[in-house]
Design a protein around this ligand. Structure first.
Ligand code: SF4
Length: 410
């Protein structure tokens, strides 16, 4: 881990050293979906079968988790997220072993550690669910994406709608303490509004606590020309996503971030920590971690190389030193995604200034519309649709240097 000066302290509070969430990457998929740019390698190993490559990977992962927790002096882990790739390809025994290993990492300052595991609907199995339940998982985030077989085939997503529904039914007897989230994609080839709404309605029958509804962005790289022609056109695509949003809202799932909806009390705490730019460490290839120095308003970010064969540090990482101005911009970019806006107390602590002092003209101009709250520093649900334009205005104001983002804030 050379290149780091060491971990940043969280300051006063009941944590002795550093508070950081933990992201763990499982870089295996049964095959590659056409739209995906997450790092994963295809594996044909059936769930629970012997696999040298997966077991060696997990051994290296355990060492990495241990060494990062020690190196950064982390003794408070409010949330853990096991994502991928396809964690459900680990099957029941391997996920149980990983979760059992992680027991030592679940250190909190009083609350519970939120523990999320991702699963693909097409490889979700009873023994994987059992492993998650016994391992204390609090959220199971299931990638469904679409129940329309033509759309799935068009983007090379495995599994049929029939198989997916059969697998999701395994959850009908799940314990109440396990919350379910479904990922759904809007804007797929062969998809239109009625198909999307039908998918959402079908999934809501399984009583999820949380839904992520993503507007698919395809630059064209992964799809053939014929499939690109089947993508819904611009305005149709926008209206489709908005219809999905409205349907979820009317069913009691409140939008709390650009793409995320939850029943009351069921927001994803791990993701909120990303949006608030709080510390996290990342374990596994392609995973990144960010450790913030609240005193200076700067950060260090590292990204592990895209290779499932772990090399010793520092070969496996790229390291960025994030200066104050960049961190401030990132804080705006991430914070305004959230329906409650950036954490203003944290902002003040980190940058010694307020949002109003940093982007006063942008706030005033947007507040004059119905896109910005009159009482809080947050975009309204309508305003979230124009987040990119809002951020351009923020950065434009910052670049003009009329506010106090420099030493004048200190
Ligand atoms: S299953 Fe998920 S992580 Fe794997 S290739 Fe498809 S979208 Fe990407």
């Amino acid at each position: 881990m050379s290149g780091f000066a060491g971990g940043a302290r969280e300051g006063a509070g009941s944590c002795l050293w550093v508070k950081a969430s933990l992201y763990i990457h499982i870089p295996f998929c049964a095959s590659k979906c056409a739209y995906c740019d997450f790092f994963s390698v295809p594996t044909s190993v059936p769930t629970n079968a012997a696999s040298t490559i997966i077991d060696e990977y997990l051994e290296a992962l355990y060492r990495d988790i241990e060494s990062q927790l020690i190196f950064f002096k982390i003794d408070c882990v409010p949330s853990i997220y096991i994502g991928g790739g396809t964690p459900s390809l680990l099957g029941g025994k391997r996920i149980a072993a990983l979760l059992s290993f992680l027991n030592f990492a679940k250190k909190t300052d009083g609350g519970t550690c939120e523990l999320t595991v991702e699963a693909n609907s097409e490889s979700l199995s009873e023994d994987f669910i059992q492993g998650c339940v016994e391992g204390g998982v609090s959220r199971l985030s299931i990638g469904v994406q679409s129940l329309n077989d033509a759309s799935r085939r068009a983007v090379a997503r495995r599994g049929s709608s029939r198989r997916i529904i059969e697998n999701i039914k395994f959850l009908q007897n799940k314990p109440a303490a396990l919350d379910i989230s479904f990922d759904i994609l809007s804007g797929l080839p062969y998809q239109h509004k009625e198909i999307l709404l039908h998918d959402i309605e079908t999934l809501l029958a399984f009583n999820p606590a949380h839904i992520s509804l993503y507007d698919l962005m395809i630059e064209g790289g992964g799809l053939s020309g014929a499939m690109l022609e089947k993508l819904p056109a611009g305005e149709v695509k926008e209206k489709m996503w908005i219809a999905g949003r409205d349907f979820l809202e009317s069913a009691g799932y409140a939008q709390y971030e650009v793409s995320n909806f939850a029943r009351e009390g069921k927001r994803a705490r791990h993701n909120i920590r990303y949006w608030m730019m709080e510390n996290w460490i990342g374990c596994g290839p392609s995973a990144s971690g960010t450790i913030i120095d609240d005193e200076r308003g700067t950060a260090i970010r590292y990204t592990t190389r895209h290779n499932i064969f772990y090399a010793p540090p520092p070969l496996r990482q790229t390291i960025e030193h994030i200066d104050r101005e960049t961190l401030l911009k990132e804080t705006l970019m991430m914070g305004y995604r959230y329906i409650d806006g950036p954490d203003e107390a944290l902002f003040k602590k980190r940058f010694s200034c307020t949002l109003e002092s940093v982007i006063p003209k942008t706030i005033a101009a947007w507040r004059a519309t119905n896109f910005y709250s009159e009482t809080k520093n947050t975009l309204t649900p309508k305003g979230l649709l124009f987040l990119n334009q809002f951020l351009l205005d923020c950065f434009d104001e910052l670049s003009r240097g009329e506010c106090g983002t420099s030493s004048r804030c200190r």
